[in-house]
Design a protein around this ligand. Structure first.
Ligand code: ADP
Ligand code: MG
Length: 595
């Protein structure tokens, strides 16, 4: 006995609706995508009771004639693709021809549409997938879709809807993305009679971001230089170095106009920011990526949230490079604002990396335990037999053109250097600044002759588990360039015989275990590619002795100069800011001098 039967059309639509229309927000998304595909310059969205009672989307797009108004409610009816080959090069937001019939099959649905220049429009009323009436209508050119009682005929689905507020906030989020993605289109959003936004058409992206996300965030953004490679074009805004969020809420990426979530892109952003991003934080981006539609598959998920790249490596590379360059270009501007003072004849200030003697002598410093340090003997880096004893003075990178734009005022809480510049007050976090300088210096030295080491008089044994032993064995070379001398003994045993000069030497095994723990944690969060020398440098710096607890003025000048000479001066290797500007405007506001 045959058991298979073709599903009636309405049921087939309801099945499809299960995938396309999850909740009011997904219906709104589909309807607005249609408006955008129809070339609308204004889109108005109104919802009642979180969209459960009603959703209305009105646009001034191309509209439809009567035949199309009926055909668009059939499954697989679309004006956007014709052949299988078209599927390989999709330039519109829609293409599946599923949204309208799906939505109409699970709601009380009304479509009113009119072409520009047509004498009359058409109104179609559908109830749970069944057409109830078709007649002329006198609405303005464009299209209006009204969706009432969503899921009224699918009680199981309706039960899954959350509170009105929750559903409304999902709708708002979906619209937020679409409005950001199309700043040239005007958007109005009305939630239960309350006008949430009224965004005029023809805005620039910066204006749109300001209107949707606030002036504060807009002020923290950096316009990225337009990047054009053969295959990928990128433009938009990213957060300045040190600007980040604990969630991905403000990490918005549009691929060919479509907001996407894609691991390749997420990794690339992280990698582009590298040390300019705080640990565990996410970048802020409003990024537009354009690729040849043939190079990306958007037909992965019915709701089109996911995309697949034909060649992810190319996209990754362009993004990493774009972000890196944007952050670097900002640095030039930054350096001008905080231009270092003229290098005055100064007493000979020691390098920030303290010598071994300093490390030993500075036992008063709170972070150094009072325990006597292991006996040390200074030696040069293992690979640099010709280097002079002590710390070879690495030639500083060129200092920016001298100017007298700021003045050091003093030190706050033994930690913050206070400076005055043209815009107001600048606070420098001494430790963050020191870590950044040390990190970049260490990076340079690892690329060159290696980091100067202190050789331990009595080598110390380190015992670790098999996994860590593997890791260490694979990285012996890099560790040695980072100034950590290790020799495998077999099993999980290693002999530690040297440490970088700026490390405290009182408990080397513990220090190494901490470093390995840190690296393991970092490697879980980062792509494997990043777990190279700079990761090690970053981690080792975190464990460095913080030199110069209480700085004298010339030392402060030196610190600020060294900081400004860094590649990424505005944040420490972990992405925390090194400097904060408190402008006059902000001070005046705080003192009530200005509204
Ligand atoms: P798709 O967008 O995947 O083509 P839909 O079911 O969403 O499928 O829409 C079917 C068709 O109806 C579209 O291809 C388009 O031609 C037409 N259409 C839908 N909404 C509008 C609109 N707002 N303005 C003009 N045409 C529309
Ligand atoms: Mg559509």
């Amino acid at each position: 006995m045959s058991r298979i039967a073709l599903l009636p059309e309405v049921v087939a639509c309801q099945v499809a609706a299960g995938e396309v229309v999850e909740r009011p927000a997904s219906a709104v998304k589909e309807l607005v995508e249609n408006s955008l595909d129809a070339g609308a310059t204004r889109v108005e969205v109104l919802i009642r009771k979180g969209g459960r009672a009603m959703i209305r989307v009105v646009d001034d797009g191309c509209g439809m004639d009567r035949d199309d108004a009926l055909l668009c409610l059939e499954r697989h009816a679309t004006s956007k693709i014709r052949t299988g080959a078209d599927l390989m090069a999709i330039r519109t937001l829609g293409f599946r021809g599923e949204a309208l019939p799906s939505i109409a099959s699970v709601s009380r649905f009304r479509l009113a549409t009119r072409e520009h220049g047509a004498e009359a429009g058409t109104e179609v009323v559908v109830n749970g997938g069944r057409i109830e009436s078709v007649r002329d209508s006198g609405e303005a050119p464009g299209t209006q879709v009204e969706v009432r009682s969503l899921f009224f005929n699918l009680p199981a689905r309706r039960k899954f809807l959350r509170t009105e507020n929750t559903e409304a906030s999902h709708v708002q989020h979906a619209l937020h993305l679409q409005a950001l993605g199309h700043p040239a289109v005007g958007f109005v959003f009305v939630n239960d009679e309350r006008v949430v936004w009224q965004l005029p058409p023809g805005q620039s992206l910066r204006e749109r971001v300001r209107d949707l996300c606030g002036a504060t965030l807009a002020g923290e953004l950096l316009e990225i230089p337009v990047t054009e490679s053969a295959d990928v074009r990128v433009h938009g805004f990213i957060g300045k170095a040190g600007v980040s969020r604990s969630s991905r809420q403000e990490q918005v990426v549009f691929l060919n106009g479509r907001p996407v979530e894609n691991p390749t892109i997420n990794f690339a952003l992280r990698e582009g920011y590298h040390t300019a991003l705080m640990r565990g934080q996410h970048p802020v981006t409003f990024l537009f990526v354009e690729v040849d539609p043939a190079a990306v598959d958007v037909n992965v998920h019915p709701a089109k949230r996911e995309v697949r790249f034909r060649d992810p490596a190319v996209v990754r590379e362009v993004l990493v490079e774009t972000i890196r360059r944007a952050l670097e270009s900002d640095r030039a501007k930054w350096t001008r604002t905080f231009a270092a003072p003229e290098p005055e004849p100064m007493p000979d200030i020691p390098s920030l990396i303290p010598t071994a003697e300093q490390v030993v002598l500075r036992r008063d410093w709170s972070e150094i335990p009072v325990r006597p340090p292991a006996p040390v003997e200074r030696e040069t880096a293992p690979s640099a037999s010709a280097a002079p004893l002590g710390i070879p003075q690495v030639p500083s990178p060129p200092v920016p053109p001298p100017s007298r734009d700021f003045k050091i005022i003093g030190i706050l809480g033994r930690l913050y250097i206070l400076m005055e510049n043209a815009s107001g007050l600048v606070l420098v976090d001494q430790h963050a600044a020191h870590e950044r300088i040390l990190f970049e210096e260490m990076q340079r030295r690892m690329e060159g002759q290696g980091v100067p080491t202190q050789r331990l008089l009595l080598p110390i044994t380190l015992e670790v588990g098999p996994k860590d032993a593997d890791w260490i064995t694979n990285h012996l070379d890099t560790l040695s360039r980072a100034g950590i001398g290790l020799e495998p003994f077999g099993g999980g045993s290693f002999k530690i015989d040297a440490l970088p000069q700026f490390m405290r030497a009182d408990d080397p095994p513990q220090l190494l275990r901490d470093i390995i723990d840190d690296l393991r944690e970092t490697s879980a969060q980062t792509s494997k590619l990043r777990l190279g020398e700079d990761m090690i440098a970053k981690t080792v710096c975190r464990h460095a002795v913080k030199a110069n607890d209480v700085l004298r003025e010339p030392e402060c000048v030196r610190l600020v100069q060294d900081l400004l000479a860094c590649d990424l001066p505005y944040c420490c290797p972990h992405g925390r800011p090194t400097m904060i500007q408190l402008g006059y405007a902000e001070l005046e506001k705080k003192f009530g001098r200005k509204a």
